[in-house]
Design a protein around this ligand. Sequence first.
Ligand SMILES: C[S@@+](CC[C@H](N)C(=O)[O-])C[C@H]1O[C@@H](n2cnc3c(N)ncnc32)[C@H](O)[C@@H]1O
Length: 538
Amino acid sequence: MSVTRTVSCGLNFAAAPDLHSCLETAQQSGYEYICVPLVHPQLKREFISGQAKDHHEAFTRADMVLNSSDWNSLIVGKLSPYINVDSPVQHVRENSEAMLAQELSLASHLSIPAITFKLQGDINKNINLACIINNKVVTVSNTQIWVQIPMENPLKQKMSYRTDEEIVCESPWEWWNEFRFICDFDKKIGVALIVSHDLPEEDEINRWLGEPIKCLILPTTLFITNKKGYPVLGRAHQVLIQRFSPLNVQFLLTGANRYSDLALYFNYLDHVWKKGSQVHGPLQCYGRGYEDYLQFPLQPLMDNLESGTYEVFEKDPVKYSEYQRAIHRAITAKIQNQSLDTTLVIMVVGAGRGPLVRAALHAADMAKVNVRVYAVEKNPNAILTLHALKNDVFGPRVTIVSSDMRQWEAPEKADILSSKIYNELKQCHDKDKHPLAHFETPYVVYLHNKYQIDKEQPLFTFNHPNKDEVINNSRYEKKTFTAEQNSVLHGFVGYFDTVLYESITLSIVPDTHSPGMLSWFPIFFPIREPIPVKAKEK
Ligand SMILES: C[S@@+](CC[C@H](N)C(=O)[O-])C[C@H]1O[C@@H](n2cnc3c(N)ncnc32)[C@H](O)[C@@H]1O
């Protein structure tokens, strides 16, 4: 599915003495917003001591230069880079705190959508900043915070010019991780990732793909000139942009323009972004709009499903044909060594609006075998549909049983049993519970913005029919996972696969996912407190 929108890219300005002309420059070339200093870079203020302390002139432009809807949608404000609220020098720190308070208050007054600043090191150098941002912005306003993090440690870059040896230094992901822990993982705080010339290892990029990346900052120096004289990115950077595009990230172009027109960068980025945002494959098309959206699992035993819900199941192009293949294969196996006029008994338990009944009849027709099909369903509304289908389509081979299968006394034994009830969960979901109660309970989610800490492992197996003397479907298992790199555990994801008959299976496990099958998103159990995990830790 191709994308008709254009990329959301902004233009960074080192200084913006005239906001109108900056906006005009940006918009003429397709850029959606501009990123500008909240205060002119030269207007460093003095609050504690010094000559400038008693200057009471305006420290920046007035709000009237733009109307509020432009402030709200077109401007990302940069905090002054000389603010250092973690300075060991008292007056620098105190002055910085006052400047920061002034700029945060201004950002809130203007209601700009986001403020941004660059993180220059680990939490030891930024603890006060993290606390102030958390207390003064995250908990009190709607402004988004874009924390600029370099993709590669600047120390590594610096040293790479001086030595050929492999430099081991901390990943800037750690800086971000520590910072957002202080901000309690608030949704308003996200990453503006500064894309480096040398890209980090694949693992590290994968880890960033699980973070709340709001923006990729692209220095103009990343671009090279192609044969036609236009700016383009190298292959690795194109792939990077395409991998982040589906996460709805915005972009920010920064640095000197080296071409005749700024639109050349924009047009190229738009082209690369569109390629990355294209939705491939039926599952991606189907899941579009549901990415990372936590949904309550269906409870077909406790609730009676609605007509529209059945309609959604029935659209799956793969599931029912696999059921039909499985039933056909089971019929073929059953009738071996039996006389031609044998009638097989097939029971569809939890028949819904009849797709498995239809599959059973088709399979019988293909095998040229007589069948009696029992369609057992407890939802009285779905029973109406089944009766209509019996009259119009299924005919006398089908007996409709309006009953809970657990209470039904079957008149005869089944040769083949077919059912599709996987998403049953015991506990009832109360949507009005305390927000924290929503943790550690399951959700269905089409996972998108995620990093998988370790490979999935098989957990529970259920065999049907269960011929144990005492049937016990409760399960308990302990599994050990090993983190490949430092990361944060937010929860556990559950997949399943099932054997319908012999080699015919359905699976939503990533490595073995049934091609083209749309049904069933994974189940996700969020944990209440995210847990930091160290590389190689179990
Ligand atoms: C997930 S739906 C599947 C319906 C249908 N087989 C299909 O593929 O579209 C499960 C169905 O099983 C029914 N069901 C669940 N528990 C049942 C029970 N104990 N007895 C009878 N039907 C049940 C539900 O009402 C629902 O119609």
